[in-house]
Design a protein around this ligand. Structure first.
Ligand SMILES: *Cc1c(COP(=O)(O)O)cnc(C)c1O
Length: 402
């Protein structure tokens, strides 16, 4: 098939929900992706934080292929060895208690929301079901996780939405305290907001939020779907804060290394909140995805791996700052979750979407986020040579856009 044929099929037969680039990707290796028409792209996106080991990691491929040859699926009336081992490792890595396996970030978040509400109802009865989320957050595309997402432009078109969410600004502890009325059962937040524009939570806010939640028996839910699994230079990004631990954490994107998987992990408080028959998922805990996830955890927890992620992240951020891009407003982030905010066109700057478009035309894949921010989520295993190659393109197009 040619590139044109694939693009034509998309435009004729698929729901037009994505503003896609006009290219069909055929394969990849590491942080290099190749299109059907033979172009090479340096990937600073990891398929939105998913391909954390890059494309076609040999150990990941052999582990998932081996599991495919044994059993691709077996229903949750049984548990596969790969899935049980994955649960054990997630519990050990997080010092939390138990794992529920799902297939996506939104589904993991739905499970976390259900768990938080049931915990509160079991203990306090009706009327304590509200969940505070943060302004600019992103929690998914289902009707409930759209309601949880603290961005007004997601609260259109698909109503009625699930009730029981209210929104408070990031890094403003007084606002959270004011919002934490007696009907609140949980606070759900990303430690580094991804889709909202790469905004990290401050240590001070995290510590105060943790104390507030502990004091009032409000559950603290961290959505680690994007910032988890080594992305920020720690296995889970809340591990940057010495003594903080969430009551519930959700994972997806990077966990599977390329296959669909999601999980929510509960600590002591919610260890037994969900009982038999109270939650489920046909594909959840799929053994092929779990086999891939075990390889991801193996590699990411190897000595020195996370330090390298932090180092490469700093290197990329510093390199962008040193490019003397006059319309660059700020570079922020944590580890290899990096946002380069541009001055907007209305203020004489450049649109992040146009920047990413030109990068694409020149062989570099970039994401955008929030208001006018170019977002970088390179594979955690990206080589220095690939980083240099990508940064060279970044610099060239940045100056072309002047
Ligand atoms: C991507 C994302 C989600 C949604 O994950 P899906 O797998 O697309 O459902 C939820 N929360 C955060 C923080 C995300 O980045």
């Amino acid at each position: 098939m040619t590139n044109e044929q694939v693009i034509k099929l998309d435009s004729e037969y698929m729901v037009q929900s994505y503003g896609r680039y006009p290219v069909a990707i055929s394969h990849g290796k590491g942080a290099s992706m190749y299109s059907l028409d033979g172009n090479k792209y340096i990937d600073f996106t990891s398929g939105i934080g998913v391909n954390c080991l890059g494309c076609a990691d040999p150990e990941w491929v052999s582990a998932t292929a081996a599991q495919l040859g044994e059993a691709a699926h077996m229903s949750n009336y049984f548990v596969s060895p790969k899935t049980a081992v994955l649960a054990q490792r997630l519990v050990e890595l997080s010092s939390m208690k138990r794992v529920f396996m799902a297939n996506s970030g939104a589904e993991a978040n739905e499970g976390a929301i259900k768990t938080a509400r049931k915990y509160s109802r079991d203990k306090y009865g009706e009327g304590r079901s509200t969940i505070i989320t943060l302004i600019n957050s992103f929690h998914g595309r289902t009707v409930t996780t759209l309601a949880a997402t603290g961005q007004d432009n997601f609260h259109k078109d698909f109503g009625p939405f699930t009730e029981g969410f209210k929104y408070s600004p990031l890094n403003d502890i007084e606002a959270i305290k004011a919002a934490a009325t007696s009907d609140v059962c949980a606070v759900m937040a990303e430690v580094v907001q991804g889709e909202g524009g790469v905004f990290p939570m401050t240590d001070k806010f995290a510590a105060a939020l943790y104390e507030l939640c502990k004091e009032r028996d409000i559950l603290l839910i961290f959505d680690e779907v994007q910032c988890g699994i080594g992305r920020t230079g720690k296995m889970f990004s809340w591990q940057h804060f010495d003594y903080i631990k969430p009551d519930i954490m959700t994972l997806a994107k990077g966990l599977g290394g390329g296959l669909p998987i999601g999980a929510f992990i509960v600590g002591e408080k919610c260890e037994f909140t969900i009982g038999k028959g109270q939650h489920g998922s046909t594909f959840g805990g799929n053994p092929v995805a779990a086999a891939g996830a075990n390889v991801v955890l193996d590699k990411v927890s190897r000595p020195g791996f996370m330090e390298e992620v932090a180092e490469k992240g700093r290197f990329i951020a510093d390199a962008i700052k040193a490019m003397n891009i006059p319309y660059l407003k700020e570079v922020r982030g944590l580890g290899m979750m990096i946002g380069a905010e541009l001055i907007s066109p209305s203020e004489g700057g450049v649109a992040a979407g146009d920047f990413a478009g030109l990068a694409f035309n020149n062989g570099l894949l970039l994401l955008t986020a929030g208001s006018n921010t170019v977002r970088l989520l390179p594979p955690l295993t990206i080589s220095m040579a690939e980083i240099e190659e990508g940064l060279q393109i970044f610099k060239e197009i940045a100056h072309k856009m002047l």
